[in-house]
Design a protein around this ligand. Structure first.
Ligand SMILES: [Zn+2]
Ligand SMILES: [Zn+2]
Length: 176
């Protein structure tokens, strides 16, 4: 049994056709992949075009060159790391300094251990930490005693007078 030479020729032509079609599809998909990939990694127009041109001109070697030279991180990753950096910086800034001695203090300290400056106060009702200027607790909404409120003024004044009276009496007695 002998094969027809013309049939063999046709068979090789079909095989070559398939191989060529496959290579062309591979080439196009490499270009497509590179163009999509570079868009995630760079905003630079020139770089985007350059990447596509290199892969289009040099095909698989060009694709390898692109893989080696492309920006290491995507824009998304860069954005994430920028966010993390910012958060870190903010955390450092927030680990505040003592207004009395400029030493580093923790956010939940009541008093600076170095210079005894009062840093925070606690809510009498819920026990949470409050900033010194606050006159209402943001967690339980109770007013903080000791801060003046127009309605409390009259109640506080007699107490203050009683407290001061004995102290004032003694010096008055010693001085003529
Ligand atoms: Zn201090
Ligand atoms: Zn409270």
């Amino acid at each position: 049994m002998s094969l027809d030479p013309s049939f063999l020729k046709q068979l090789t032509l079909v095989a070559i056709g398939f191989a060529a079609a496959f290579l062309a599809a591979l080439w196009l998909s490499l270009i497509f992949w590179a163009s999509r990939d570079i868009r995630q990694r760079s905003r630079d127009r020139f770089l985007r075009i350059l990447a596509v041109v290199i892969v289009a001109l040099l095909s698989i070697p060009g694709f390898l060159i692109y893989l080696i030279l492309r920006p290491a991180r995507t824009l998304e990753e860069e954005y994430q790391s920028a966010l993390e950096e910012e958060a870190l910086l903010q955390a450092i800034e927030e680990s505040a300094l003592c207004p009395g001695c400029n030493r580093r203090i923790h956010a939940d300290w009541l008093v600076c251990p170095s210079c005894n400056t009062v840093l925070k106060k606690t809510c009498k009702k819920c026990g949470k930490l409050l900033e010194l200027p606050w006159n209402i607790c943001p967690w339980c909404a109770s007013a903080i005693p000791g801060t003046r409120k127009p309605t409390d003024k009259k109640k506080e004044e007699p107490e203050l007078d009683e407290g001061f009276q004995p102290l004032l009496d003694e010096p008055l007695d010693t001085h003529p």
